[in-house]
Design a protein around this ligand. Structure first.
Ligand code: AMP
Length: 429
């Protein structure tokens, strides 16, 4: 089977790496890919926003299956267009991808189906939003309705910060994604991510993970796309996983099927574990980045077979197996990220750093030039390791990081701190 993976981040390198191990695979193509993906696949220059070009490429190259990494093409209906052209693809239709593409849509679905989430109101103009803010006060959370590259959410600790967020959204900062907004109750607790495959009706729970969004140690500083992650999430007990399935994912998947817009693909629930149990913060309609990197390090089964089963409504027959180990990934980013940064610096020592069989270095913003690996983005590498404990995975990941010679890059030195502390308190190895 010829598979095309769309995307160029660490998530897509991880997906491509897992797919490359499938006995079902005959050829792997990535668009546009990165230097790491180029080692295991043929990389082609394709714009995922140009659906006609993607379809033409798939026909010419006889692609059998398309795996779409990022949310943007899913929300824009690439899966619908591919299917109409007779090309099989992994991921939801545009109608089902509204779970990520519109916060208002998801909140309304939660309200109608009694799915636990933060209380909210949706607004279409600044004056009514401001009036509501004057009533409810802070802390409060303001969210642009549409896709805003992870920047559309403000957790406002003061009323002034909340007013500013409303003005920013209705001022046009996020374009059409800011045509409406959601104001919701501020939840407290520990955050965790829950992943499942869905085939329209059946749900196959995958695994849990936790990530670090802030740029600096101790979870300080500005938000980023994610500076590290680990799986499983120790906070997610079996009982919490069951509650997440029963109270959040099942009613969501049922509601979408009943509306005639069944969900297919991977469903990623961002959760707040509150004193009243898990509450939905947001849905994502694709794997997380960097959470995907830690999931594939633990997966024992053929990912391609699992994805195909989701696309073909055959998940009911599938089971999934995970290594009883922790996987942990440390993101290395270019100095200055998430602000401005330079491209083009050389990265050395990758071979030595990745020599341990329990270590994988997934590339994000990299490119190859004259046999050298150069930084080509903000988040550049995902140094990922497995261990029998979180502490062991963490030690192994940082010992690989320390073999990488890249003065123009940095990473956090405390990825997994909360899980390591929990492990120490529990007396694990
Ligand atoms: P989202 O893009 O919806 O995941 O929001 C980004 C981040 O904002 C989340 O990972 C949380 O840390 C935080 N957040 C979102 N909604 C809430 C909420 N209702 N209460 C507290 N924090 C929130």
């Amino acid at each position: 089977m010829k598979v095309l993976v769309i995307g160029s981040g660490g998530r897509e390198h991880a997906l491509a790496w897992a797919i490359s191990k499938s006995p079902l695979l005959s050829e792997l193509v990535c668009a546009p890919g990165n230097a790491g993906m180029a080692e295991i696949a043929r990389c082609v220059d394709l714009d995922a926003g140009d659906h006609a070009a993607v379809i033409a490429f798939c026909r010419n190259a006889a692609i059998d299956y398309v795996v779409i990494g990022p949310e943007m093409p899913l929300v824009a209906g690439l899966v619908d267009d591919l299917r109409r052209a007779g090309i099989e693809a992994f991921g939801p239709s545009a109608a089902a991808a509204r779970l990520e593409g519109s916060k208002g849509f998801t909140k309304e679905l939660c309200r109608r189906n009694d799915i636990p989430t933060a209380r909210y109101q949706r607004f279409f103009d600044a004056e009514s939003a401001a009036q509501y803010l004057r009533e409810v006060g802070a802390p409060i959370v303001i969210k642009a309705d549409g896709l805003a590259a992870g920047k559309g959410v403000t957790v406002a600790m003061t009323r002034d910060a909340a007013f500013a967020a409303v003005d920013e959204i209705f001022g046009g900062k996020f374009g059409a994604a800011g045509a409406s907004l959601v104001i919701e109750e501020h939840l407290t607790g520990e955050e965790a991510s829950f992943f499942a495959l869905v085939d329209g009706r059946s749900i196959l729970p995958l695994a849990t993970a936790q990530d670090h969004k802030r740029v600096g140690d101790g979870d300080h500083g500005p938000n980023t796309g994610g500076m590290g992650a680990y799986s499983p999430a120790p906070v997610m007990t079996d009982a919490l996983c069951r509650a997440t399935m029963d109270e959040i994912l099942r009613p969501t998947v049922r509601a979408l099927a009943e509306a005639g817009t069944p969900y297919s693909g991977v469903l990623y629930a961002g959760l707040m574990i509150t004193e009243d149990g898990p509450k939905l913060i947001e849905y994502n309609v694709r794997f997380g980045d960097p959470e995907c990197q830690v999931l594939v390090m633990r997966l024992e089964d053929d990912i391609l077979q699992l994805m195909l089963a989701a696309s073909r409504r055959m998940l009911k027959k599938m089971s999934v197996h995970w290594r009883e180990e922790t996987a942990l990934t440390v993101v290395m980013a270019a100095n200055g990220y998430p602000g401005s940064y330079e491209k083009g610096s050389e990265i050395r020592g990758l071979e030595d750093a990745g020599a341990d069989p329990d270590v994988m270095i997934f590339h994000a913003g990299t490119r190859r030039s004259d046999g050298r690996i150069l930084a080509d983005g903000g988040r550049v590498l995902n140094v990922t390791a497995r261990g029998r404990s979180v502490a062991e995975a963490q030690t192994r990941a940082y010992s690989a990081v320390d073999k990488i010679d890249w003065p123009e890059g940095f990473c956090r030195r405390d990825i997994g701190w909360r899980a390591v502390a929990r492990e120490r308190a529990g007396g694990s190895p």
